[in-house]
Design a binder for this molecule. Structure first.
Ligand code: NAD
Length: 258
């Protein structure tokens, strides 16, 4: 199940954090990997460091033309994509009453438009190639719970559950599965940045943000790790049938139990 030899995987936001860990795990499992990221130089460096024939690709997931061209280029250079991980994401935090409309729209563009555009392109190539595939949308514990100051993030991450369920239904006859991977807090640049931001919003120290906000509802006060998420993404990519589709998998130290 964990052997991806011969598979082509495209991971967005793969020049950093969770995306990079997943792309590396896929490459080590034998897949040819596309490291797609808006940060073009970092994507190229990451792919070079990864080896196994990985290629770096500049892709802004909110740009329809760039996404479609990225999948077409993948097909030309490697072959039709078998695995998509729609992972690119950012975080902007503020109370709703102070949230700028432009920031709301940017968040939905990256998290929702990006998931739609990459999923649509992947499905087109998967259906055309006729060999099925696995689509993994990067959700969050925030696909199931809410936190203050994260209105567009929580709304978008909940929305991905709906998208994955429709993909599961439309993809089934083509052997295309779709699932949402929902991590708890993982110490990536996205999270490191928000620790001081949350401390300021809440008027508490950074240690208190970690202990009393981020990890308060976990079973053991532990961060989720990059390895935890990469292992789960490997399992979801390699699973062999429609038995596991339209689901969300929480990997969060029990922060939320469904
Ligand atoms: P990160 O900041 O380490 O990496 C995000 C990557 O996305 C960066 O390389 C960035 O350049 C890229 N990116 C941003 N905008 C993009 C765009 N428009 N097009 C293409 N690439 C773009 O963050 P991370 O923590 O690894 O987060 C990755 C995903 O995991 C996000 O969807 C995030 O919401 C989700 N997530 C993270 C955590 C966590 O605790 N870190 C928890 C749950 C879910």
């Amino acid at each position: 199940m964990h052997d991806l030899t011969g598979k082509i995987a495209l991971v967005t936001g793969a020049a950093s954090g969770i995306g990079r860990a997943i792309a590396t795990a896929y490459a080590n499992a034998g897949a040819r990997v596309v490291v797609a990221d808006i940060a073009a130089d970092k994507a190229a460096e990451t792919a070079d460091a990864m080896g196994h024939g990985a290629i770096g690709m500049a892709m802004d997931v909110t740009d329809e033309a760039q996404v479609d061209e990225g999948f077409a280029r993948t097909r030309r250079e490697l072959g039709p994509v078998d695995i998509l991980v729609s992972n690119a994401g950012v975080q902007i935090i503020a109370p709703i009453v102070d949230f700028a409309f432009a920031d709301w729209k940017r968040m939905l563009a990256i998290h929702m438009d990006g998931a739609f555009l990459t999923t649509r392109a992947a499905m087109r190539h998967m259906i055309d190639a006729g060999r099925g595939g696995s689509i993994i949308l990067m959700g969050s514990a925030h696909s199931h719970v809410a936190s203050k100051f994260k209105a567009p993030y929580v709304a978008a991450k909940h929305g991905l559950l709906g998208l994955a369920r429709v993909v599961a239904k439309e993809g089934a006859t083509h052997g295309i599965r779709a699932n949402v991977l929902c991590p708890g807090f993982v110490r990536t640049p996205l999270v490191e940045k928000q620790i001081p931001e949350q401390a300021k919003e809440l008027g508490i120290g950074e240690d208190a943000v970690i202990r009393d906000v981020m990890l308060r509802d976990t079973v053991d006060g532990e961060f989720t790790t990059l390895e935890d998420i990469a292992d789960t993404a490997l399992f979801l990519a390699g699973f062999g049938s429609n038995a596991l589709t339209g689901q969300s998998l929480l990997v969060s130290h029990g922060w939320h139990m469904q």
